[in-house]
Design a protein around this ligand. Sequence first.
Ligand code: AHM
Ligand code: MG
Length: 334
Amino acid sequence: MKRISLTQYLIEEQRLNNSIPAELRLLIEVVARACKTISHAVGKGALGDVLGTAESENIQGEIQKKLDIISNEILLQANEWGGHLAAMASEEMETIHPIPNRYPKGEYMLLFDPLDGSSNIDVNVSIGTIFSVLKAPDGMATPTEEDFLQPGTKQVAAGYAVYGPQTVLVLTTGNGVHSFTLDREMGSWVMTQRNMQIPAETAEYAINASNARYWYPPVTRYIGELEAGKTGPRSKNFNMRWVASMVADVHRILNRGGIFMYPADQREPDKPGKLRLMYEANPMSLIIEQAGGAATDGKQRILDIQPTTLHQRVAVFLGSRNEVEMVTRYHTEE
Ligand code: AHM
Ligand code: MG
């Protein structure tokens, strides 16, 4: 099979389907290059003195790891000067990052979780970078947080890189989901899967079950039925997997099906779940939907949610369509 590079894919899309304007193509290539650099830093581990915690907290009150900060810097620096962006926002930064005045500005806005799966960094388990691309509103002069508060349906591209046994970039620009494996010797991203599709049926689920005592009844009911297996109402055995890196769990689901859940629970009713709408849930939901799956917050489609703040959290149920629909029905039937 003749393999094509990320660059070739993007140029062909631009030519054939006119779905990728030149500036967006540049943006994606710059993000992909930054992910290569992050992959390199991650791969050095203790040898690069990049493991362990930094002496700072992020806006969520979470202790930052050194690699969280390094990855954030890599993405900021790579994307500042190319002229394709108006502003950036990151899970690791309290406020938005407008492009400095010394550089030309573009019409896109980039959001990212620079290194997802922080608890896995120091133990050599897969982690990743998640990103989402929005268009700046017409007539925007100085970008503000307001300008970023667009529903996920407005994303023009989304993707993630997973730093695992292989480094893989998964991308959608609204025309299917494709994955590219990093050829480390050549330094290039090579397409290894085109048009990924999530099976509608699955027998695998992912949830942090240590939070079970805080769950709301629809989640308790749904998980109870899965656990009951063949002799329960589902008449089928289910397997459970939880990497605790959303990128890795979503990547597994994209490849072989499954449902991923991070529900709201009774601990902090005002801050549903743990995952962030703008940096995690929206980009992953676009990818999952583009691959034929579904993504809801238990009640509604995630991509339809109108954001109210940059760092807001959201409950997440995503993956194989039939399972997501079932657990969503349990919430809405209440
Ligand atoms: P992070 O962005 O600080 O790494 O947090 C998000 C991560 C997700 O990758 C993962 O699904 C979840 O947190 C794991 O949560 P838990 O620690 O409850 O297992
Ligand atoms: Mg994260």
